[in-house]
Design a protein around this ligand. Structure first.
Ligand SMILES: [Zn+2]
Length: 60
């Protein structure tokens, strides 16, 4: 029972989706970009900001 959550790298701004299990112990996420690999990763809560995380129409 895991849900896809969008995470954002606070260092380079890269956003990526990853399975997130709320029951799992604290996990240290790492930026998937090999030139960054920062561990300053924050999960994005789609509802807080105006754009929500689920808009397949907008793909850049
Ligand atoms: Zn990064």
């Amino acid at each position: 029972m895991s849900a896809k959550t969008t995470f954002r790298c606070m260092r380079c701004g890269h956003e990526f989706e990853q399975d997130y299990d709320p029951r799992a112990p604290l996990v240290e996420w790492t930026c998937p970009l090999p030139e960054c690999k920062s561990n300053s990763i924050r999960p994005l809560k789609g509802k807080k900001r105006g754009e929500g995380g689920r808009s397949p129409k907008e793909e850049s």
